[in-house]
Design a protein around this ligand. Structure first.
Ligand code: ZN
Length: 99
């Protein structure tokens, strides 16, 4: 094992830290997905449209958006389709759905 100096932590760039966070959230997505699947006999309902979400389309959804004071806690996380998540993210919730 190679000793790591304390200062080396400071040199971790913002980019790397962002990647680290992405990895954490990816793992959390797996955990949330598995948790929901277990709870509902393998069915994971999309937070947005309510239909089953296949694992490969699963994205992590914040029940209360971070921009509105939501957290990354498990209790604030759900699963949605990548498509639904994207659509929701692009919609201004204040204005409601304009179809
Ligand atoms: Zn959906």
């Amino acid at each position: 094992m190679r000793p790591v100096s304390k200062n080396s932590r400071r040199s971790v760039g913002r980019h790397l830290r962002g990647m680290l966070k992405a990895t954490i959230m990816q793992r959390r997505r797996e955990t949330v997905y598995r948790m929901l699947a277990k709870r509902n006999a393998g069915i994971v309902s999309c937070f947005v449209c309510g239909k089953h979400v296949p694992r490969q389309w699963a994205t992590l959804e914040h029940v209360l958006p971070l921009s509105k004071g939501g957290t990354d806690e498990m209790s604030n996380l759900s699963i949605s389709h990548a498509k639904c998540n994207h659509r929701r993210g692009n919609t201004n919730e204040e204005r409601g759905d304009e179809v």
